[in-house]
Design a protein around this ligand. Structure first.
Ligand SMILES: N#[N+]C[C@@H]1[C@@H](O)[C@H](O)[C@@H](O)[C@@H]2O[C@H]12
Length: 443
């Protein structure tokens, strides 16, 4: 099936700094909000943290060899802001930037194109403590300065960049539901944070245009296909509003320069809307080059008036992953088509897709057939979207390695490669790794 994808299509794997690197206190790295959050009792399953994680900081050569043997032509990873700027601003930490220089150089040596995410949730703790982090409008300046620094450092070799990973999560999961760092629980605050994140996205795009003349930059969003539980008018309306909250707020706004109107009115009437100053929406809608779609599942929605969103998520009847998410590849094709048609007809990369399985070592191997089936079905769905005219440019499987799954700690395994946390973080490719390798080898 691979041969029917366009020449130059990027087939990759994706990771994120705090989830795999470890060395959280090494070589001058500053703490992030996840360093602080993961060390707070009760915040992360089993008290897990990213102090060591997969020790990728020391084992990156071994991990790149795994990618080379896999046959991918691209690798999406994130830069730890506090590894290059320990306090989030000021003087660069050369040991930190040296790590990423070595990583990038080695990737290019073996013919793997880097796609770099500027921000994958690990905000420098100093910025959170000194200026209230993403609650502050000033963050767009600090994020812009950080972006300019890394564009200057790595932009000569890195040509595909992502400003933010899933601002939906770094606002609402972190500031509304409190499940992620810094663990706050207030809707008005989370909407303010979402606004400041989108301002920072726009600022980073403007800085990118000043520094990297031959690259592309995009935004990677949570991309959940939203469907009404029934065909009733009430459920269809509820699903529309929920779709605006999960998707439209971060896909529509950077294109139109306006928040989705029905939902914004609802927030405005409740007095929780973000404070919008002159020029904000122009900055947020600074033109960028591509969408990153992080697709995992769908949400089935029915009317429920007690919540400000007027809806609730209901359990669907399809088979579910270890995260309790339905396996719904049809939603990927539909989401890709809607994104392409309604959000600027931009090129799209599937920047994350994968599943958590109950992976068990049996005689030293993991037969993760469910993950193989999941990949087959989602590759097929991506191909259908391509055939329907979507300008799809790449597909990144989440994830190369089992890793630190945020508040779930190491209890959820998404990797193509099993990481044996009991035995020195040994890497053991699973059945799905070999499936992907053979898929990439075949014409
Ligand atoms: N949960 N889950 C798996 C995966 C998470 O590990 C990534 O860091 C996020 O970008 C996105 O939520 C997806």
């Amino acid at each position: 099936m691979r041969a029917v994808f366009p020449e130059g299509f990027l087939w990759g794997v994706a990771t994120a700094s705090y989830q795999i690197e470890g060395a959280d206190f090494e070589d001058g790295k500053g703490p992030s909000i996840w360093t602080d959050f993961s060390h707070r009792p009760g915040k992360v399953n089993s008290g897990d943290n990213g102090d060591v994680a997969c020790d990728h900081y020391h084992r990156f050569s071994e991990d790149i060899e795994l990618m080379k043997q896999l046959g991918v032509n691209s690798y999406r990873f994130s830069i730890s802001w506090s590894r290059v700027l320990p306090e989030g601003r000021g003087k660069i930490n050369r040991k930190g930037s040296d790590f990423y220089n070595k990583l990038i150089d080695r990737l290019l040596e073996v013919g793997i194109q880097p796609m770099v995410t500027l921000y994958h949730w690990d905000l420098p703790l100093e910025l959170h403590r000194k200026i209230d982090g993403w609650e502050s409008r000033d963050m767009r300046h600090y994020f812009g300065d950080y972006s300019s620094l890394v564009f200057s450092e790595f932009g000569d070799r890195v040509k595909h960049w992502i400003t933010l990973n899933e601002p939906y999560c770094s606002s609402h999961v972190s500031y509304l539901w409190g499940e992620h760092a810094p663990g706050k629980r207030d809707l008005k605050t989370s909407l303010t944070v979402a606004h400041n994140l989108l301002l920072s996205h726009g600022e980073a795009v403007r800085r990118f245009r000043e520094v990297v003349k031959d690259g592309t930059i995009g935004l990677a969003n949570v991309s959940t296909f939203v469907e009404p539980a029934t065909d009733s008018k009430e459920d269809r309306w509820a699903a529309r509003i929920r779709d605006q909250f999960i998707n439209g707020w971060f896909f529509e706004t950077p294109i139109t320069g306006e928040y989705p109107s029905e939902l914004f009115k609802r927030f405005n009437d409740a007095g929780v809307q973000p404070l919008i100053e002159d020029g904000d929406m122009d900055l947020i809608s600074t033109p960028f080059d591509f969408w990153g779609v992080n697709y995992y599942t769908r949400n089935v929605i029915r009317k429920e008036e007690s919540s400000i969103l007027g809806s609730e998520v209901v359990q669907g009847e399809l088979a579910k992953t270890e995260m309790g998410w339905e396996v719904y590849p049809e939603g990927l094709e539909a989401f890709l088509y809607k994104t392409f048609k309604e959000y600027g007809k931009k090129p799209i990369y599937i920047t994350e897709n994968g599943m958590a399985c109950k992976d068990k070592l049996t005689d030293g191997f993991v037969e993760d057939f469910e993950r193989v089936d999941y990949m087959k079905r989602h590759f097929s769905s991506a191909l259908s979207a391509l055939k329907a005219g979507v300008d799809l440019r790449g597909f990144y499987v989440w994830s190369l390695l089992d890793n630190f799954e945020w508040s779930y700690g190491y209890s959820k395994r998404f990797g193509l490669v099993y990481v044996d946390y009991e035995k020195g973080l040994k890497r053991i490719p699973k059945r799905s790794y070999y499936y992907y390798r053979d898929f990439l080898e075949r014409d």
